[in-house]
Design a protein around this ligand. Structure first.
Ligand code: SAM
Length: 735
């Protein structure tokens, strides 16, 4: 990094990092690094301004000012007060601070923001003799603090209020469920509209609402900088703001707008004449009204409006109602029928891109997406689905488990191999499961290297009785399969699972592989609660979360072992490996059970499951505390347990007042020592260790334990092929 270079970060919605990185590169910015929900880059002040003015996908552009130690409030304050804010904050500018992230001592983001604001204001008071005014809403200088473990990164928000506020939306007029402008632009870029526009292509949104997709499409086609209408910018409160440089960039953008002679055509329609009026108004305000043709009609009649399409390439893009905010679920089939009719009427070779949370739309269109991107539309977890005509036209014939022949549209005809394998395995496993009285099991486990995914089937219970759920989870992709192809295979797998196993798409939980940094679905992913059945018990859990949360299928034999031994015993489930193990012990007549975990969520689910199975009573305790603290307490109180299931994770962050952090490597000797203290003389511990962790028996011996390796016998039949299972040990007293 040379002296004139700035360290910058552009933020965007998760899923659009690649599109944003592409935009920055197209601006001539070289060192661009996509992260999750942002793209880091190095550039000049001109680059920073250009990103503010021209990025269509970025929601913010920030300048990294400093990274400071921030283990606690004092350290943070010291770091902030020592930073030369006077070199950055313009005299007279109001100040606002926003904080993100927490650590062991700074657990409240508002408090963190307050500390930073205090440090900044104190510094300016000392240097300038007066404190700046604070205005959280309309600041001239807005700072963001990102806390990560023991450090804080301080950034200046150069762009000001979120860049999705382009300034063309009619104030006070609210149509329902408008897309954010930055999201709309992201969808268009992902679908390749920028290239199509250059080729004189056609863009159609037949369900345009307030027109966001059409307007953003027109701004792209007409080479209009998305920031041109914005009146206020974050850098205005910055000492180094260079008015002349900014003016140059504005002039250049205006010239480009004047000079543009777009060949692309843009059509936007909606059933509702009122929203079309709003869309028309917005398009005028955006200065591209003349490039968009609006019409009021049902999408099913799109062909009427496409009569003069000729052989130009095109893209149909839509944000159909989801049945969540607009319309009720029952009206969705009508919407899909119209959308399906619109797509079928498109000239050959047209692309289609939709943003919708419902994969059922594929069936309505008769196409499989070539690309799917998980993202959020406001609070709703959804997908951008991009279909291309050439690949979508294929379908394969399959026979369902019920013996019915069906045509399934697929993106890759070689998915017929997957279909065959899936059907074969599903039949074999169903037979085995009936014999073993197993109701939730693995059907497919990356048997074909090109389809590196697993398929688990769950039998619903209670409110979900009569339903079956499938979880399709993608694995890390083999190097031989590129991301596009893997995406097609995953989408095909979901369609084939639905058809062959006869599970409605709505009951399939899809977990696409998320490359390490990009697109990782964190805790923000929506939950998918279901009630499922195992060995006659009802287990509640989140099928969307890590499988370990409620009913890890690979630990079925361990739960059965617990169930077969727990009768009359005092049972402890430590680290609540699975709620279902406690239910199995309680159901088998354990004298008492105690389940120890720091997660409120897991314990709440367990309580629900115990109640649901008629097992909730004082004999079954839930302890929200870290395991070492609990064991120490029990040892001091001379309590004893006959059977203990202990499934420590590799690492666990500290959970506030509920305990310290956990590190298996460091803490295992202490854990074993404490287990030895609370284990009854004839008792046993079942110890489940994570994959890759090597266990030294002599460590257990030192604590007075005999160890038996149970790993092999505890692997269920349906997990014989699975990689990544941990080990299982049986510990009993050696005397
Ligand atoms: C979610 S809104 C689109 C919002 C839009 N993307 C925006 O940013 O404002 C869905 C729109 O689809 C329209 N719509 C529903 N069924 C339709 C149909 N059969 N044909 C045309 N439009 C329809 C509704 O009137 C509504 O305006």
């Amino acid at each position: 990094m040379n002296a004139s270079e700035l360290e910058l970060v552009a933020r965007c919605a998760n899923g659009f990092e690649a599109a944003l990185a592409g935009e920055l590169r197209a601006m001539g910015i070289r060192r661009v690094r996509p992260l999750r929900g942002s793209v880091a880059f190095l550039g000049t002040q001109r680059d920073a301004y250009r990103a503010c003015l021209w990025s269509r996908v970025a929601t913010r552009v920030q300048l990294v000012l400093a990274r400071i130690p921030a283990a606690d409030a004092d350290q943070l304050y010291q770091g902030v007060v020592s930073f030369p804010w006077e070199k950055h904050v313009r005299d007279g500018a109001t100040v606002a601070v926003q904080a993100h992230g927490t650590n062991a001592h700074l657990r409240n983001t508002q408090f963190t923001a307050l500390k930073v604001k205090d440090g900044l204001c104190d510094r300016l008071r000392d240097v300038r003799g007066s404190r700046p005014d604070v205005d959280a809403k309309r600041s001239g200088f807005s700072v963001s603090v990102a806390l990560h473990e023991q450090r804080a990164t301080l950034c200046l928000n150069l762009s000001g209020e979120s860049l999705h506020r382009r300034g063309y939306r009619q104030d006070g007029v609210q149509t329902e469920a408008p897309l954010k402008e930055t999201l709309a632009a992201g969808i268009l870029l992902v679908a390749g509209w920028d290239q199509l526009a250059r080729q004189g292509g056609i863009l159609v949104d037949p369900m345009c609402g307030s027109g966001t997709l059409a307007i953003e499409g027109a701004l792209i086609a007409a080479d209009v900088a998305p920031g041109l209408l914005r009146a206020r910018w974050g850098f205005e409160g910055w000492v180094r703001h260079d008015r002349q440089l900014w003016q140059e960039l504005l002039d250049e953008a205006r010239q480009r707008k004047e000079a543009a002679a777009p060949r692309a055509r843009i059509l936007a329609g909606d059933l509702d004449p009122q929203v079309i009026e709003v869309a028309r108004y917005n398009a005028e305000r955006a200065g591209i009204g003349r490039h968009v043709q609006f019409f009021v009609d049902d999408a099913a009649h799109l062909s009427r409006h496409l009569r003069y399409a000729g052989d130009a390439p095109g893209l149909l893009v839509a944000n159909p109602p989801y049945g969540v905010r607009l319309l009720s679920q029952s009206e969705l089939p009508k919407v899909y029928a119209s959308l399906g009719a619109a797509v079928r009427s498109l000239p050959e070779g047209w692309e289609v891109a939709l943003i919708t949370p419902d994969p059922g739309v594929d069936t309505a269109l008769g196409r499989m997406p070539a690309q799917t991107i998980p993202c959020f539309n406001g609070p709703i977890e959804t997908w951008v689905r991009v279909y291309s005509t050439d690949e979508g036209a294929q379908s394969i014939e399959v026979v369902t488990l019920g013996g019915v022949r069906r045509e399934v549209p697929v993106a890759d005809p070689s998915s017929v191999q997957f279909a065959k394998r899936l059907r074969k395995m599903a039949k074999e496993r169903a037979r085995w499961a009936r014999g073993e009285h197993v109701s939730c099991y693995r059907v497919y486990d990356a048997d074909l290297p090109d389809y590196a995914l697993s398929v688990d089937l769950y039998r619903g219970a209670q409110r979900d009785a009569e339903r079956r759920f499938a979880v399709v989870e993608e694995r890390p992709r083999p190097k031989s399969v590129d991301a596009q192809r893997a995406g097609r295979h995953f989408a095909d797998a979901v369609a084939l699972v639905s058809a062959i196993l006869e599970v409605p798409v709505a009951d399939i939980v899809q977990k696409p592989w998320v490359s390490d940094a990009l697109y990782a679905r964190g805790d923000d992913a929506a939950s998918r609660m279901a009630c499922v059945e195992e060995d006659g018990y009802h287990i509640m859990g989140d099928l969307m979360g890590p499988v370990g949360r409620c009913l890890p299928l690979s630990q079925r034999e361990v739960r059965r072992l617990v169930g077969s031994q727990a009768g009359g015993l005092r049972f402890a489930n430590l680290f609540a490996s699975a709620n279902a193990a406690t239910v199995a012990a309680a159901g088998a007549g354990a004298r008492t059970t105690v389940t120890v975990d720091v997660s409120q969520e897991r314990l709440a689910w367990l309580e629900l499951a115990l109640r649901e199975n008629g097992l909730f009573s004082k004999a079954h305790r839930l302890a929200r505390v870290d395991v070492l603290t609990w064991l120490t307490r029990e040892a001091n109180a001379h309590h004893a347990y006959d059977l203990m299931l202990c499934a420590p994770p590799l690492r666990l962050a500290a959970h506030g007042e509920h305990g310290r952090d956990w590190d298996l490597q460091r803490d295992l000797p202490t854990l074993l020592g404490l287990l030895a203290k609370v284990l009854a003389p004839e008792g046993s511990v079942i110890l489940l260790l994570p994959n890759g962790f090597s266990f030294e028996r002599k460590m257990a011996l030192a604590c007075g334990f005999f160890t038996d390796d149970y790993s092999d016998q505890m692997v269920p039949h349906d997990f014989r092929r699975a990689a990544g299972l941990g080990s299982c040990w049986h510990l009993s007293r050696s005397e």
